[in-house]
Design a protein around this ligand. Sequence first.
Ligand code: GLV
Ligand code: MN
Ligand code: MN
Length: 410
Amino acid sequence: MTGNLRIDLDRLLARLEALAEVGAIAGGGVSRLALTDADKAGRDLVVSWMEGLGLAVTIDRIGNILATRAGSEDGPPVMTGSHIDTVAAGGRYDGNLGVLAGIEVMTVLNEAGIETRWPLAVGVFTNEEGARFQPDMMGSGVHQGALDLDEMLAATGIDGTTLGENLHRIGYAGAADCGAVRARAFVELHIEQGPVLEEQGVTIGAVEGVQGISWSELTLTGVANHAGTTPLRLRHDAGYAAAAIACAARDIARDMGGDQVATVGAFTLVPNLVNVVAKEAVLTVDLRNTDEARLREAEARLAAEVARIAENEGVGVARRRLARLEPVVFDPATIDLVAATAARLGYSVRRMPSGAGHDAQMFAPNCPTAMIFVPSKDGISHNAAEYTAPEDLRAGAEVLLQVLLAKANE
Ligand code: GLV
Ligand code: MN
Ligand code: MN
């Protein structure tokens, strides 16, 4: 009987649209950096939907929202969910789809009057993006015991305020112990955020794991001086050194080939004036690889280049680690369940790694975990133009519904 259940695409689209109006930016995108007023408004809306469904909603001390639907037996819930924080100029699907599809599944089950054996829960995890406060996957990381609560509450954001003070400010410093509720299993629906599914004409990705992530911030200290009068040989130009490091990062990734990627996404100069040699530069480097040994090789090669460039220019270097996650492998049986469910529902499916970080990876060491991907138009994400076709959203939510039902009735 549960095999005939269907999600309501119009209702899912309506909730996606309503949430996208909170912090809306030009081009259909969203700006809801973690723990801003917009994030609070988005959270309030999502909590109102959860409460409207009669779910038991708790907020934990890192601000994770967990909404649980009882089963016929007590015990750890089968969990789904994702995040609703976005990068400063992001899209409307990244994270939001996983949360709202989870809410749609709960809605369908309520309407059909279905009781699962085990409880089901949908989570909204704090600061998945790591764009305002580092590291990323923070709420799920604390929930799963990989990150320390007090250290994370003290994390200072790009505007100089702490995560803890912002949680209080927006009213989401909850009382529940982080991780008091363990997960029986975790399955997250997410947009691919890359080009593979669309290029291959495949509807569902059965995600096998997530590549490793290495984030660092480099502060280079040089000497400010006159741009017209200072001979090149006498310069200690922090801006020049930072630019050389950005080029080196790209060269290393290109030279290593395979999966290796490198990104310098944040770059600031002091005093940032046309006619002054920069006395300080702060830049971030994001390195990723599905293979831990290769990722370490990239880190080592970058460190050597940074030292060489800094020495040649006579600038100081301080390095701060912002995030470091080893590659994660998901549970084979749960990946098989995703792939078989997609095939049974008539969708094309391929197994694939994730290039982006996700809350699911924090659960993977502790319970059977997998993810479902749906295509991203032109592979674009972290951009207002992010788009997934309605029929693909439907497909992902249908697979999520059936996978959660199977897990919750095991
Ligand atoms: C976070 O979601 C990332 O992959 O950067
Ligand atoms: Mn995401
Ligand atoms: Mn993202």
